[in-house]
Design a protein around this ligand. Structure first.
Ligand code: URA
Length: 433
């Protein structure tokens, strides 16, 4: 067997065997296959696809390319993962809620790249919070206080890390079998028994339409079942950013407000739906409505907020910033964005908003870039809102005046305002079990 034959086979639209896929994943990860050969194969997969068996083999080969965590000593761990979005602070809010309902919350998250943010960067905007702990500390934290949120360790699905980075440089990210295998390899390696996946759909998501999101969901559920990990996918709307803030400490502040009961409707709908299905998978109740009520209860009685404080303190974070969010370092400039005309907000392209935040310094253009935690965007008006000409519809938070002015102009152009009122797209599009 050699890589040239494997590339030629996929180039010619043939099906790869499990042995061929194992050979590629193993030898690319250990450096025996070059980047240009791997790029050729990945591009052939992108163009010609993989069937269900190939996708499963690819997933399992990547999952077992490094350490596979065993979290069984923690009881039934249900993992949550999102295919990515703009302003996505769901993990920060949902995991303390779940932990306060008695479900072990052990989650590894990633950093932001490009126009999408990452939970690890958001957590690190809390002074002192350590995302870089070792696995034994991670497990002990969950045993002691029921929750730990950390960064992905180096040797978890290393093949995915290498292949994902390569895909990013050759325009091969948006492929259903490649995304499904990438996500599921990490979930399998991360050791949870059951998985709830938020599959985002729309302008700020990898999946731009419901058909593709459904196909991706069905592929991931199939892989999950084969790996003996029950998986549920919840399709959510990502045509506009979720919540009102985009940017690292701004999103932490919004998460703290949400845990104190002040939650925007779209955030609340996603939190309740994902949380209710996590409770169901964990065997805490099959009635989704009742599960939602349990979630509302731990928010209103303060238990979820106190769990978040406990999490931050336990991982070295300064909780005085959570108790008084005014303490977070402020960006130098807070610039209003005014509506160019009177009417209703028709569209607010999430990807464009994400790019504006990235150029302000809230995200990374390249892996090595530093993040500015204080900068970002606060949205006062979203799709369906009525606005008057000259009214402030958003704020830009910038540390560089020039960049701030450019962001104001760009965001103003991104707000599409028209005369007709528009019907809001549902936050929850579909549940696929
Ligand atoms: N998220 C992942 O982890 N992998 C992908 O390929 C796309 C989104």
């Amino acid at each position: 067997m050699n890589i040239l034959e494997i590339i030629a086979k996929k180039r010619d639209k043939k099906v790869l065997s499990k042995e061929e896929i194992d050979f590629f994943v193993k030898n690319y990860t250990n450096g025996n296959i070059t980047d240009y050969q791997a790029a050729a194969l990945i591009m052939a997969i992108y163009i010609n696809g993989m069937n269900y068996e190939e996708t499963t083999s690819f997933t399992l080969a990547m999952a077992h390319s490094g350490e596979v965590l065993d979290l069984s000593e923690l009881g039934m761990v249900v993992d949550k993962h999102s295919t990515g979005g703009i302003g996505d602070k769901i993990t920060l809010i949902l995991m303390p809620i779940i932990a306060s309902l008695g479900i072990p919350s052990a989650k590894m998250s990633g950093r932001g790249l490009g126009f999408t943010g990452g939970t690890v960067d958001k957590l690190e905007s809390i002074p002192g919070y350590n995302t870089n702990i070792d696995i034994s500390e991670f497990i002990n934290n969950v045993k002691n206080i029921g929750i730990s949120l950390m960064g992905q360790t180096l040797n978890l699905a290393p093949a995915d890390k290498k292949i994902y980075a390569l895909r990013d440089t050759i325009s091969c990210v948006e492929s259903i079998p490649l995304i499904a295998s990438s996500i599921m390899s990490k979930k399998i390696a991360a050791g949870a028994e059951k998985i709830v996946l938020e599959v985002t759909v729309g302008s700020g998501a990898f999946m731009k339409n419901i058909e593709d999101a459904t196909k991706l969901s069905e592929t991931m559920i199939g892989i999950g079942n084969l790996a003996d990990k029950e998986t549920i996918c919840i399709l959510t709307n990502m045509n506009q950013p979720i919540g009102y803030s985009i940017g690292n400490s701004l999103e932490v502040i919004e998460a703290v407000e949400a845990l104190n009961g002040n939650m925007q409707d779209d955030v609340k709908n996603v939190i309740l739906e994902l949380g209710a299905y996590i409770l169901k998978l964990d065997g805490k109740g099959d009635n989704i409505q009742e599960n939602k009520e349990k979630i509302e209860q731990v928010i209103s009685n303060g238990e979820a907020y106190r769990k978040f404080l406990q999490l931050v303190e336990n991982q070295g974070g300064d909780i005085s910033y959570i108790e008084n969010t005014e303490k977070f370092t402020k960006a130098k400039y807070k610039m209003p964005v005014e509506a160019v005309k009177t009417g209703y907000v028709q569209k607010l392209n999430a990807e464009e908003v994400g790019k504006i935040a990235m150029h302000l310094g809230a995200g990374r253009m390249k892996k090595e870039d530093n993040i500015d935690y204080a900068v970002g965007i606060e949205l006062l008006k979203k799709v369906g809102c009525q606005v008057g000409q000259g009214e402030t519809i958003a704020y830009i938070y910038a540390d560089d005046e020039q960049k701030g002015r450019k962001a104001v102009e760009k965001l103003q152009q991104t707000y599409e305002i028209g005369e007709q009122n528009v019907e809001k797209v549902a936050d929850i599009i579909e549940i696929i079990e």
